[in-house]
Design a binder for this molecule. Structure first.
Ligand code: BES
Ligand code: ZN
Ligand code: ZN
Length: 493
């Protein structure tokens, strides 16, 4: 599908294919925007007749469809309500884009012309996000129903400004889509080695890639992450991505760290059968980091950013780690592994320590599908954030609002921290019965060595049960836009 943004002219009145026009909601009903008005005149009032007889009030998301209207070349006119005029913004424009493509994807139309009314760049972004579907494994015609739309053309005032805005958003969409693809892949296709191969392709964008294999990790004393992969026949890998986009190559980098458990069976502390298949998404944190790196490099962000992902499969086997095992870590701290299903923190522990020691970052943000408990607390709406840095939290909360990937700050502190003290080692990898997401964060904090840090628990937001106006149900790509926006707002030259 090709998306164009062109300067507005009256040519649209003779356009073929589907044409989209808009109306706002006002006190006593709707008010057409000029293109809608012109179409209404050309069709001898058919558009307003259709609006009036379908209780159209111009409310946000309301749709009226006029098929094969007389008097115009268009095969259909779609009238969309934008709600109240001053409520229109980049997010609502994205949603409108999503609604348009959702309405027309399988309509048989080949082209859509969207005439003014919304912020074109964001509506185009919404179209890219909403039209994504992970359908590569369908083989029958019924299942592999493909969108018929070949081109979408926006006609808008100031097309050059919109085109510039869209060229960045287009790159961000590439990142979101890569993250969704990675999260959607099943564990037999995406395992540490195949995952690392996919990440290597980011070299094309100017990202430097370095890979630590098990030998290298052993050398570094990373017993914590190695213990998680011990039962798997796949090799555990840490992949490091470097984007040095700042003019000042000596500027402290920003660090993004992701949990990449390509499948989480729970290990010897085996998970129950129902829902275990969902655990292919347990690399969602790493996918957000990879997607964000792709977005950042794609739009040539003027910032130095390091992405580090720990890729490992958590399997039960004769070589698997046992509950009760004690392992060391790169930091030298020892861990009593009382539950092999609390493996994400073991992966991140070595990644975080390595990151701060090797790169002296300005801050570290880790993302992980870390705990079921965060879904109990926040559902699928907010990701939980845990941090030792108020300013960074404020910046993330603001970025989350801008891109509608919201985060909610959770508490951490001494009283929670002592719940992970162990009788026989420096710490254990589980806390008590309560506050499971917080004790997990306390565990991570023991490996950040005082560096400004935020942990984002995305267990609830990485995968959605329901389709929204900008995403088909399934992998959301949550985190890509959030990280990109944080950097764009605060950390570029
Ligand atoms: N990957 C899971 C967390 C998870 C669970 C994400 C359900 C999404 C849905 C993680 O590795 C895990 O199993 N955590 C345990 C921790 C517990 C053993 C302390 C959990 O949340 O139950
Ligand atoms: Zn687990
Ligand atoms: Zn896990």
């Amino acid at each position: 599908m090709k998306i164009n943004i062109k300067e507005l002219s009256n040519k649209y009145l003779n356009t073929e294919g589907a044409v989209v026009v808009f109306a706002f909601n006002v006190e006593d009903g709707y008010t057409f925007q000029k293109p809608a008005l012109l179409f209404d005149e050309k069709t001898s009032g058919a558009l307003s007749n259709a609006a009036n007889s379908s209780e159209f009030k111009g409310k946000f998301g309301q749709i009226v469809e006029l098929l094969a209207p007389n008097g115009v070349a268009a095969s259909r006119i779609i009238l969309i309500g934008l709600g109240e005029m001053d409520a229109l913004n980049s997010l609502t424009s994205e949603q409108v884009g999503g609604k348009v493509i959702n309405k027309l994807m399988y309509s048989g139309e080949k082209s859509i012309t969207i005439v003014d009314g919304v912020i074109a760049a964001h509506a185009a972004f919404g179209i890219r996000l909403r039209s994504y579907k992970f359908d590569k494994y369908y083989t029958t015609e019924k299942n592999s129903k493909k969108s018929s739309i070949a081109t979408v053309t926006f006609l808008t005032v100031g097309a050059d400004v919109s085109n510039r805005a869209f060229s960045d958003l287009d790159k961000i969409a590439d990142g979101v889509i890569m993250a969704r693809d990675l999260v959607s892949e099943p564990g037999n296709i995406l395992y540490p080695e195949s995952y690392a191969e996919q990440i290597k392709e980011l070299k094309n964008l100017g990202i430097e890639i370095e890979i630590l294999n098990e030998d290298a990790m052993e050398e570094l004393g990373m017993e914590s992450i190695l213990g998680v992969g011990q039962g798997s026949s796949s090799e555990t890998l840490i992949v490091i991505m470097k984007w040095m986009g700042s003019k000042n190559k000596k500027l402290q980098p920003l660090a993004l760290v992701g949990k990449g458990v390509t499948f989480d069976t729970g290990g010897i502390s085996l998970k129950p059968v129902p829902g275990m298949g969902d655990m292919k998404f347990d690399m969602g944190g790493s996918a957000a980091v990879v997607g964000a790196m792709k977005a950042i490099a794609g739009r040539k962000a003027k910032a130095n950013v390091i992405g580090i992902v720990g890729l490992v499969e958590n399997m039960p086997s004769g070589t698997a780690q046992r509950p009760g095992d004690v392992v060391s870590s790169m930091s030298g701290q020892t861990i009593e592994v009382l539950n092999t299903d609390a493996e994400g923190r073991l992966v991140l522990a070595d990644c975080l320590w390595y990151c701060q020691e090797k790169y002296n970052p300005k801050f570290m943000i880790d993302l992980a599908t870390l705990t079921g408990a965060i879904m109990v607390a926040l559902g699928q709406e907010y990701a939980g954030i845990f941090s030792n840095d108020d300013e960074l939290c404020e910046q993330l909360i603001a970025a989350g609002k801008t891109v509608d990937e919201p985060v909610w700050r959770m508490p951490i502190g001494e009283a929670y921290d002592k719940q992970i003290d162990s009788d026989i080692a420096d710490m254990k990898n589980i806390g008590g019965k309560y506050a499971g997401s917080i004790t997990a964060a306390q565990f991570l904090q023991r490996f950040v060595n005082g560096v400004p840090w935020v942990h984002i628990d995305i267990a609830g937001t990485a995968w959605k049960q329901n389709t929204s106006s900008i995403a088909e149900k399934g992998a959301t790509g949550y985190g890509v836009r959030l990280l990109d926006q944080l950097i764009r707002d605060n950390y570029e030259d």
